[in-house]
Write a protein of this length. Structure first.
Length: 93
């Protein structure tokens, strides 16, 4: 199930950002390394030209977590502020 959350995160990123978040989820992939091992600040600098809300960044970072036991389950994803259909964030439209 946690692998499905990870896969959903990569798909969500691709749909929202129109770019792949990384080529392969391996420690030697430069994009994945920034995301999983070096903190997310450098990762988001790569995509700084794409307007992105902090709410999207939060759900993506949680779902893509390097350690599967730290990823949210489906209910937690659906309860996240990003999936609240009563609010729209201009950066994410």
């Amino acid at each position: 199930m946690k692998a499905d959350i990870f896969s959903a995160a990569t798909t969500l990123f691709l749909l929202r950002m129109k770019y792949q978040p990384f080529r392969r989820a391996l420690p030697n992939d430069p994009y994945y390394k920034k995301l999983a091992f070096k903190g997310t600040k450098d990762f988001w600098k790569i995509y700084s030209k794409v307007p992105t809300s902090s709410i999207f960044k939060d759900i993506f970072e949680r779902m893509i977590g390097h350690r599967p036991d730290e990823r949210p389950d489906t209910d937690e994803v659906l309860d996240h502020e990003f999936t609240d259909d009563t609010q729209l964030y201009p950066e994410d439209i």
